[in-house]
Write a protein that binds this ligand. Structure first.
Ligand SMILES: CC(C)(COP(=O)(O)OP(=O)(O)OC[C@H]1O[C@@H](n2cnc3c(N)ncnc32)[C@H](O)[C@@H]1OP(=O)(O)O)[C@@H](O)C(=O)NCCC(=O)NCCS
Length: 199
């Protein structure tokens, strides 16, 4: 994962700005990960400060391959407010599968931001990088994350590998950006108002 630095594009959605994650986001990422609600379904060194900081520093400095990495999310209305991130990296940093993932600060949840931010990253995976498939291994109890995967057009393909029971979702290129777009449009026409969302 170490090596040359790759330049990642930024993205813009209706409400959000995504830019490559940098050390400027370090403190906000640490604080987000330390929230037990955020880390509920994610194994990691979140409560070992030294290990957590090393892990995060290494991840921010890593080169995952051309066009792959982490994007920090900011609201257009408050571009200095870190909301969370989207990743597109080799699974567990190793591969060979490429995974997409999402993590939001607790304060940002309940607004549909993860699906909105993941959509241009999925498009990037297929249209720019030409990947055939992206996956997401999601804890079976992580209902919000399972829903995000469905909402961007991913499909359940079976049990994933991992320390905990997880479901593997996949999106393939032939069904990729167009499918994600249709899924978002369909979902947004039927979505409940923000105040009625489950949290
Ligand atoms: C997963 C995560 C990014 C989703 O955040 P979000 O974009 O704010 O998601 P929302 O709260 O808008 O919920 C997304 C969907 O899940 C649904 N949902 C949320 N919580 C739910 C629950 N407990 N049960 C059932 N559905 C739920 C919402 O109603 C919404 O459905 P919709 O798209 O049909 O409206 C966020 O919960 C998070 O950061 N979790 C911690 C990190 C994490 O677990 N990341 C994923 C690792 S695989």
């Amino acid at each position: 994962m170490e090596g040359e630095t790759t330049v990642l594009p930024g993205f813009e959605t209706g409400r959000l700005l995504l830019r490559p994650r940098t050390m400027a986001d370090f403190d906000a990422c640490l604080a987000m990960d330390r929230d037990p609600v955020v880390a509920q379904f994610i194994p990691g060194p979140w409560h070992e400060p030294g290990q957590h900081e090393s892990f995060l520093r290494e991840r921010i400095g890593a080169s995952f391959g051309d066009g792959l990495g982490y994007w920090s999310i900011f609201p257009k209305e408050h571009p200095g407010r870190f909301l969370g991130w989207i990743l597109l990296i080799p699974r567990d940093g190793i591969g060979p599968e490429v995974e997409i993932g999402w993590r939001l600060d607790r304060s940002a949840r309940g607004n549909g931001f993860a699906a909105e931010a993941a959509r241009p990253v999925a498009d990037h995976a297929f249209r720019t990088l030409g990947l055939d498939c992206i996956i997401a291994d999601i804890h079976a109890g992580n209902l919000a994350s399972l829903r995000v995967a469905e909402r961007i057009g991913m499909e359940y393909i079976g049990d994933g590998r991992g320390e905990h029971p997880c479901r593997r979702y996949a999106m393939r290129r032939r069904r990729g950006p167009e499918s994600a777009t249709r899924a978002m449009q369909k979902s947004e026409t039927t979505a409940a108002p923000a105040g009625e969302r489950r949290r």
